[in-house]
Design a protein around this ligand. Structure first.
Ligand SMILES: O=C([O-])CC(=O)C(=O)O
Ligand SMILES: [Mg+2]
Length: 388
């Protein structure tokens, strides 16, 4: 068996929203199809991936480095010991041949996107949902198909006032979410506090709010927000400062006893390890948001989980960024704390298979082979267009 082709296309996921750092008016993502010669149900197995959101399409890197390395490799060097399936770890090593250490963001998104498609193919060849395969291979054996999800939104948008913001959040609560997230840092502190109070005013008992500054603040501003946010008992205070400023993150903990979250812009096990070593994150309350699609894929994420365990962190403290079905599978298979969801954004790429409903802040994974993209009609249509 072998990989016969890797196809890629850059697709728009643009919208008029903005966080404290960027707008999404020109946002794109790469969609990748890994075509194999394995036949299931009379058709060749094709694995699909895409690069989450927030980083642009990766076509040049895929075409110039990673696709040729895999297609030029000895097919026998990319399969597992049974000889009947691909080996994602060997494929990862083949992609990373002749790549220096460090500087991970330069290529981690391209590798993570192909890695997603490889795992989709592997689970389809095995004939089972990826979350079940992961639980068997790397977890306790038993998957938990019920996954906590929270609704991310609350972006800045031209002309968006408190009324629109609360209507948006009410929509998420009506759809079954219990935790909602909104952006901060794109307006002065006093205005953001009004926005926060407006959203808090519509939350019922047990419902919570997370806020996300998208790395906008220097230490002084981060501390000013921390002091103002403390009384609200938020679900978390996310990415206050630059994602690589571990000293800022560590200093902030002295001013903010409640939960903080970060990690969506850390793109390797080594960067995640530096956060754990130097960022003052607290394993009893804080949250880690590494997104495998942006950070070298699940092969690397498995290394990150090992690193976390060695440092006294439970995988239940991980709630990945990105709102994609790949992280839902990892959460269900390996016992993460949950996953992000963007109910109204980044379509058709984000979200759940059709018919999956959020109930009491949780979804239940359907039993679809692979990652489950075939269960989402608009998404699989876009993906199949890349393969054909
Ligand atoms: O606005 C973005 O770039 C997305 C983001 O931070 C998140 O989902 O936490
Ligand atoms: Mg964020």
């Amino acid at each position: 068996m072998r990989i016969v082709d890797i196809r890629e296309q850059t697709a728009p996921i643009a919208s008029a929203i903005a966080n404290a750092y960027i707008d999404f008016s020109k946002m794109t993502c790469s969609v990748v199809a890994v075509v194999t010669d394995v036949v299931r149900d009379g058709k060749p197995v094709v694995g699909y991936g895409f690069n989450s959101n927030g980083r642009y399409g990766q076509g040049a890197l895929i075409r110039e480095r990673f696709r040729p390395r895999l297609l030029e490799a000895d097919p026998m060097a990319l399969i597992d010991a049974t000889g009947e399936n691909l080996d994602p770890h060997k494929i990862w090593a083949a992609m990373m041949r002749n790549e220096k250490p460090g500087g991970h963001g330069e290529r981690s998104v391209a590798v993570g996107t192909i890695d997603m498609a490889v795992w989709d193919a592997v689970a389809k060849i095995a004939g089972k949902p990826l979350f079940r395969l992961l639980a068997e291979r790397y977890g306790t054996g038993a998957a938990d198909p019920r996954v906590f999800v929270y609704a991310a939104g609350g972006y800045y948008y031209p002309g968006k006032g408190l009324e629109q913001l609360t209507a948006e959040m009410r929509g998420y609560l009506d759809r079954g979410y219990t935790v909602v997230k909104m952006k901060i840092g794109g307006a002065p502190l006093a205005d953001d506090l009004k926005r926060i109070e407006a959203v808090l005013s519509i939350l019922g008992p047990g419902q919570r709010l997370a806020v996300d500054a998208n790395g906008r603040f220097d230490l002084e501003t981060a501390v000013a927000y921390a002091k103002a946010l403390k009384p609200y008992d938020l679900f978390w205070y996310e990415e206050a400062g630059d994602p690589l400023d571990y000293a800022l993150q560590a200093a902030l903990a002295a001013h903010y006893p409640n939960a903080m979250a970060t990690g969506e812009n850390l793109f390797s096990m080594q960067d995640a390890r530096n956060l754990i070593r130097y960022g003052g994150m607290r394993p009893d309350r804080d949250w880690l948001q590494f997104d495998c699609a942006l950070s070298y894929g699940l092969v690397e994420y498995l290394r990150t989980i090992e690193m976390l365990k060695e440092n006294g962190w439970s995988p239940t403290r991980c709630i990945p960024h990105g709102g994609h079905q790949m992280s839902l599978n990892i959460a269900a298979g390996l016992g993460l704390g949950g996953n992000e969801s963007y109910p109204d954004l980044f379509q058709p790429y984000g979200g759940f298979p059709d018919g999956v409903k959020v109930v009491d802040g949780h979804i239940t994974m359907p039993e679809l082979p692979g990652i489950g993209f075939e269960g989402k009609a608009d998404l699989i249509k876009a993906m199949r267009a890349v393969a054909e």
